[in-house]
Design a protein around this ligand. Sequence first.
Ligand SMILES: Cc1ncc(COP(=O)(O)O)c(C=O)c1O
Ligand SMILES: N[C@@H](CCCC[NH3+])C(=O)O
Length: 439
Amino acid sequence: MFFHGTSRVNEKGHLEIGGVDTVELAEMYGTPLYIYDVALIRARARAFKEAFRRHGVRAQVAYASKAFSSIAIVQLAAEEGLSLDVVSGGELYTAIAAGFPSERIHFHGNNKSRDELEMALKHGVGCIVADNFYELELIEQLAVPSGRAVPVLLRVTPGVEAHTHDYILTGQEDSKFGFDLNNGQADEAFRRVMGSPAFQLLGVHCHIGSQIFETAGFVLAAQKVFTKMAEWNKEHGFVPSVINLGGGFGIRYTEEDDPIPVSAYVDCIVEEVKKQAEAHRLPLPEIWIEPGRSLVGDAGTTIYTIGSRKDVPNVRTYIAVDGGMSDNIRPALYGAKYEAVIANRVLGERTETVSIAGKCCESGDMLIWDLALPEAKPGDYLAVFCTGAYGYSMANNYNRLPRPAVVFVENGDAQLVVKRETYEDLIQHDLPFKAKVRK
Ligand SMILES: Cc1ncc(COP(=O)(O)O)c(C=O)c1O
Ligand SMILES: N[C@@H](CCCC[NH3+])C(=O)O
């Protein structure tokens, strides 16, 4: 059975997570419903931190909140001693509202606006990951009058091609993110930052992509980034205090995925950074990473109610659920694959193969193709596993579907942490049209 964390089958034959019956949750909060296994998120956070601790190096593990941002998850990240990666005014606002320590917030993004940068500086975020020359210009304009130097990392594209889906590759040269490491852009950004009192350069950031299963890309990225920082050290006496190698560590969505433990990624990163620091006779910088998916991905499960069924004789059977690409766009966007069970009959014999359709008016709104299930009836609950990252955070109101509720479960306790949207919520920003009367 494809279970993660505290998921198990209880004596009623129902899926239980965090000691709570998911069928009871579906009945209490309605569906679609996102359920997060808090113990699993804690375990992943601790595994990352423990891996660094074993090496005795200074490190920060920043939760990439784009994977799932809400007050509750940010508070949990703070409780677990994580730092926080935010990529917009909205994620920053959420972090501040949750009381997250601003000195542990890292502000990302390839087109930060003046307002967003102003907000970040006002709250004294720990660092701005500067992406481009326009942004350096904006930071300078905002920082110089204040007389304070802004801590920055320069985001570079190292020219490393990780093996993952094209849409989630970020480290290759032809990318919208960061300063190119190989064509002189990163050097120009370095000179720009070092020559201005507006900046305090901490070091370099790179992120090579997402859902990566191999360590080779991280090692290569560490080598390339370090070689550049060593060059800057030789020529300009710069001593980096931070190297940030981003996130991207893969998780197991289906039986086809075979990820390595999070500690294995940390081991290879730390070993390479140590090797590079020694080779270049530089002090070991603090090592930062920013995992999103690997902290929350397999801790999330979505519960849907099964509704209509359509048989296309000799071709396939479609089973439709009460959500779809509006609460999980990943299958439509990336062809992402998931595993699922019937939450109220987990151990039922899997006698038919069906395809799970969403309820949006798009043929591409399919959640899972060719899934073996016990015969599904209207009113059964379908539990789709591993939806914790880039599920709720990419949810939308297509077809004016209200976004689902989110519940955290731990030790037999369930807590609603995001309310379900209502129809009133959907029209709250709409204004009536008043036609001008022509004379
Ligand atoms: C700059 C940056 N950091 C961190 C992440 C988090 O990646 P993941 O969720 O794959 O760990 C991303 C997303 O890919 C990113 O773009
Ligand atoms: N949203 C993507 C990951 C993008 C990561 C952000 N750089 C996914 O669901 O796989």
